[in-house]
Design a protein around this ligand. Structure first.
Ligand SMILES: [Zn+2]
Length: 252
């Protein structure tokens, strides 16, 4: 079997290694999250060009070794570097990388998530609509592929469907809790009817139409926090909310 393989994907993270090399964390179509060494990647005019830059979607030629694979070549297929002109959207683009890097285990291919990231970057770049609903939806989709999608329709304890009331949300139980059961559960987060409805709608709407959803800032911040805490609890590692990642309060 050849030690060479072709794969395509994006860069999640890079760290300097030795004098001139880099260890690159990739998220690829066939392998999911993998670490690989790019020899000579810090030399001027190296053979990787911009294929190892953030916001590049590239094809990589990898060479298997006993340790980490080597990245032999990288060829850009598409770049989203122009996001640099729109700082908030650049940060949103980086935020989805951080979520994947921290929440997914290594070597678990998730092609749908890779496609969704490319779709988000494209939308952040070309579409004037709000990015907030997409940032919420992405985290729901991540929860789904991680197998921890929250229960949003019925109480996780008594299985009664909730139709028109505020609910509580239990991160550890994985979903909404009705008023009656709320007395029996611990560490509940309040979820207004408006917030619950928004989450339900975001799940049902085709991805291409999510950008048209309306989310007010207060609802966004509350769900932003809740979903980050939820994924931190159920994923591989902890993640901040987008609001704290971006580091300040934006006027949306
Ligand atoms: Zn209940």
């Amino acid at each position: 079997m050849s030690r060479y393989s072709l794969d395509e994907g994006i860069v999640l993270k890079t760290v300097d290694f030795g004098e001139i090399d880099r260890i690159v964390t990739l998220f690829t179509r066939k392998k999911g999250k993998v670490q690989a060494i790019a020899k000579g990647a810090r030399k001027m005019g190296n053979r990787f060009g911009a294929s190892l830059d953030f916001f590049s979607f590239s094809e990589f030629l990898l060479y298997a070794t006993r340790g980490m694979p080597l990245i032999v070549q990288g060829k850009i297929k598409k770049t989203f570097r122009d996001l640099v002109r729109i700082p908030l959207r650049w940060m949103a683009g980086e935020y989805v990388l951080l979520l994947v890097d921290r929440l997914f285990p290594f070597e678990r291919p998730e092609e749908k998530i890779l496609e969704e990231i490319l779709f988000l970057w494209e939308t952040f770049l070309r579409c004037g609509g709000s990015i907030q609903p997409l940032l919420l939806r992405f985290r729901l989709d991540v929860a789904r592929v991680l197998g921890v999608f929250p229960e949003l329709l019925e109480c996780v304890l008594c299985h009664r469907e909730l139709h028109s009331a505020c609910a509580s949300f239990s991160i550890s139980l994985g979903g909404i809790v009705c008023d009656t059961c709320a007395t029996k559960a611990q560490e509940l987060s309040f979820l207004s009817w408006q917030e619950l409805q928004l989450l339900r709608n975001l799940v049902d709407v085709p991805l291409g139409r999510v950008v048209q959803s309306r989310v007010n800032s207060q609802v966004f911040q509350s769900l932003d926090m809740l979903l980050s805490r939820y994924l931190s609890y159920h994923g591989e590692g902890r993640v901040p909310s987008f609001t704290s990642f971006a580091g300040c309060e934006f006027s949306w």
